[in-house]
Design a protein around this ligand. Sequence first.
Ligand code: TXA
Ligand code: MG
Length: 335
Amino acid sequence: MNAPPVLSLAQAAQIIARGQLLAFPTETVYGLGADASQDAAVAQIFAAKGRPADHPLIVHVANAKAITHFARQVPEFAQRLIDAFWPGPLTVILPRLAGVATACAGGQDSIGLRCPSHPMAQALLEQCAALGVHGVAAPSANKFGKVSPTSAAHVRSEFGLELAVLDGGACEVGIESTIVDCTRGAPVLLRPGVLTREQIEGAMGRTLLLPDDLVGAQDAPLSEPAPRASGTLASHYAPRATLRLMDAKSLQTAVELLGADAKNIAVYARTPVHTRSSALIVRRMPDGAAATAQQLFAVLRDFDAQGVRLIWVENVPQDTAWDGVRDRLQRAAAH
Ligand code: TXA
Ligand code: MG
């Protein structure tokens, strides 16, 4: 196979400024980026991903100062989140300045902003800003509905060698950013990530609501329908194989019932599994939530690559540190 070309950061920033697509690493997952202010460039993202036009894109910025290019207003609780977690794996949805980054908005009058901490993403966004690009729109660099990529190789396996990719190695966080909607007068969690509820509430000094808390709420600003977020569809993040979540005991029983014939079945569990089958693929889940998040999508992609049809996953612990991983597994299982 031909080795993919190695891009310099300057070349990468020029690709974005020219209105072309570039995949780049962030600490969460790889993004498929384009200049947020060039409608034709943003349209290419939707086309390449096969993403429905009404699913808005997150815009990545080099620092908090860039917010003023995109957002009309920053509520105090949103400012506290930004102060506490940027740069890092947090996206805030803010009221959008009229007429800016319209192509990214999917019809919403809001905008999702995130300042990533990955050094290569930081350097890229700074070089882009120097070329007059204030924000880089970037969804995860995968086809719509698929597992997000956490390495440059994952991105290339989906989009081929034609797509320009900045290779920053394996992503450290491994699951997508936490998304907090800050447009409704109260903070609403649209997608859990690796930040815990306690961390988020601690930074804001107030309660973090869930979209369900808004149903039938008396409060006018909270009674609007929740904004669309593709990451909140029940069956997002699906591997090709069928994924089932089980407690450790049921998982062991299921493995015993298989006997020696366990072709195309994989197990991902913290509790050791005893099997008579040499065909069963067993992958140990780490004890910690952060380590599990870091490898989760790579493990699912690896099972797919091995032709696995059934993935049995041990339920994760109940504590809030696992909320992000639990969310991705439940969505993958809902497919
Ligand atoms: O970690 C991440 O967030 C990664 C990296 C590349 O930054 N990006 C990512 O983007 O996961 P994407 O497009 O795969 O997921 C973004 C989610 C989608 O569910 C989208 O609908 C939602 O954020 N979103 C973006 N803008 C929004 C808005 N204005 N209102 C509501 N939801 C929004
Ligand atoms: Mg995505």
